[in-house]
Design a binder for this molecule. Structure first.
Ligand SMILES: Cc1cc2nc3c(=O)[nH]c(=O)nc-3n(C[C@H](O)[C@H](O)[C@H](O)COP(=O)(O)O)c2cc1C
Length: 172
């Protein structure tokens, strides 16, 4: 299976990245091919709602930024993992921009399952991010939710969390 991981954290060595690394280790050990894109370190602008992708050239985004390299990765993935810190109760703006820009390709038909990895300072802050994930991704794409993983406070960077993510990757 080809797995695309979109990490929306700007911290390359923060708790989100650590959970992502543990997941990737497990998934690769199980024989999957994983592509990791740290989207907060890419130049990806917000959707301009110009409708070019729907009305002029189907599936083509007029904005020629780093999203152009991510479109083929999404379209060829069997699974997409969304990873993000919680910012003001939802996903980071960087990951949000990527999700909005999938408007150009609409539903990626090859994707069969998705997962969500979230890190936050406090507990009980995941409602809006999880609601968006379910409505905009799981239900809209018509794919299986393979799992939702969260870490807050002391769980961040903990061995237990990394083991949980490693086991999840390994189980795929
Ligand atoms: C702009 C901003 C907004 C944040 N908003 C929240 C929030 O609403 N709730 C919360 O629990 N933590 C919030 N946090 C804390 C981060 O979610 C937390 O530090 C997280 O572990 C960061 O993960 P990372 O280092 O992997 O990016 C916020 C942090 C920043 C920088």
């Amino acid at each position: 299976m080809k797995i695309l991981v979109l990490n929306g954290s700007p911290h390359l060595s923060g708790p989100t990245a650590h959970m992502v690394s543990a997941f990737i280790k497990g998934a690769e050990e199980s024989g999957h091919t994983v592509v990791l894109v740290p989207v907060a370190h890419r130049n990806i602008r917000g959707c301009m709602a110009c409708e070019y992708c729907r009305e002029k050239e189907k599936g083509v985004c007029v904005q020629k930024d780093d999203m152009q390299a991510i479109y083929p990765e999404i379209l060829s993935a069997d699974m997409v993992v969304f990873a993000s810190p919680i910012y003001y109760f939802t996903l980071s703006a960087q990951l949000q921009a990527v999700i909005h820009r999938t408007y150009a390709i609409d539903i990626p038909e090859n994707v069969k399952k998705v997962a969500l990895i979230l890190s936050s300072g406090s507990p009980y802050v995941y409602g809006p991010a999880i609601a968006q994930y379910y409505h905009s991704i799981v239900e809209y794409w018509g794919v299986e939710n393979a799992g939702i993983f969260t870490a807050n406070g002391k769980q961040n960077n903990s061995r237990e969390k990394r083991d949980e993510l490693y086991r999840f990757g390994k189980s795929l």
